[in-house]
Design a protein around this ligand. Structure first.
Ligand code: KIV
Length: 276
């Protein structure tokens, strides 16, 4: 039994094998992104199973328009921080744009660097082509678990032209389905399905042996992932329908900071008890 009920979480470390067991027993997998140690610790204590150090840090932490400028060094820096904060969750690092597209050799070397230098447990890459398939096979042989990612793949934004949902027409749906099958065959331990119709999410989830993790892919996936700052209401300008807001931290933080600034200016902070 993994989920002990009443909000009690089994403290055993999450591994890729346990994710497979979860799929087989119908126990859904709760995933979020994180980019630093404090969020890693909070997500761990709150019972999140998988933390993805997503290249979405390019948007969230670095303020870029896309994920394309994120470097391997950026990913290594942030993943190290998350690993220091999170003990129970499986921590997965995204491979950033152009660190795995040139050749399987380069992808293999870069994945090795991420694993060796950060202490994370797996890597994720986007899309499916012959180089990616070969890379996944080589990483698997070397003991590097790989998560795939199909549907909307934000590193291809310049090809897609927009962040619209993918797989809404039969040809696109078939392509995404076949990619998921190929990624599983190559040895991926799980596949992210991003922004696809729920029926496609369901079909892929039913036909794959490995877990699917959905983001805007409907309720039938084996797990769900969101960008933590979206679900906590920190990114107020980004409101796609697949995000459910569980807090409104942008306003809460702004109010707290405003109160601190006022107290400082009005000489209310620090008081006698806060002084030595
Ligand atoms: O970079 C990211 O945060 C992701 C998730 C949205 C799946 O790839």
């Amino acid at each position: 039994m993994d989920y002990l009920g009443g909000g009690t979480i089994n403290p055993k470390k999450i591994t890729t094998l346990r994710l497979q067991e979860f799929k087989e027993t119908g126990r859904k997998i709760a995933c979020l992104t994180a980019y630093d140690a404090i969020m890693g610790k909070i997500l761990d204590e709150a019972g999140i199973d998988v933390i993805l150090v997503g290249d979405s840090l390019g948007n969230i932490v670095q303020g870029h328009e896309t994920t394309l400028p994120v470097t391997l060094e950026d990913m290594i820096y942030h993943t190290k921080a998350v690993v220091r904060g999170a003990k129970r969750p499986l921590v997965i690092a995204d491979m950033p744009f152009m660190t795995y597209q040139v050749s399987a050799d380069e992808a293999f070397r870069n994945a090795g660097r991420i694993m060796k230098e950060t202490g994370c447990s797996a890597v994720k890459l986007e899309g499916c082509n012959s180089i990616i398939i070969k890379s996944i096979e080589r990483m698997n042989e070397a003991g590097i678990p790989v998560m795939g990612h199909v549907g909307l793949t934000p590193q291809s934004i310049n090809k897609f032209g927009s962040y619209r949902a993918r797989g809404k027409n039969p040809n696109e749906a078939e392509e995404i389905y076949n990619q998921a099958i190929e990624l599983e065959k190559a040895g991926s331990f799980a596949i992210v399905l991003e922004k696809v119709p729920k029926e496609l999410g369901q079909k892929i989830t039913e036909d794959l042996k490995v877990p699917t993790i959905g983001i805007g892919a409907g309720p039938y996936c084996d797990g769900q992932i969101l960008v933590y700052s979206d679900m906590l209401g920190l990114t107020v300008d980004f409101q796609p329908r697949f995000v459910r807001r569980y807090a409104n931290l942008y306003d809460e933080i702004k109010n707290a900071v405003h109160n601190y600034a006022e107290d400082t200016r009005n000489q209310i902070f620090p008081n006698e008890n806060e002084s030595y």
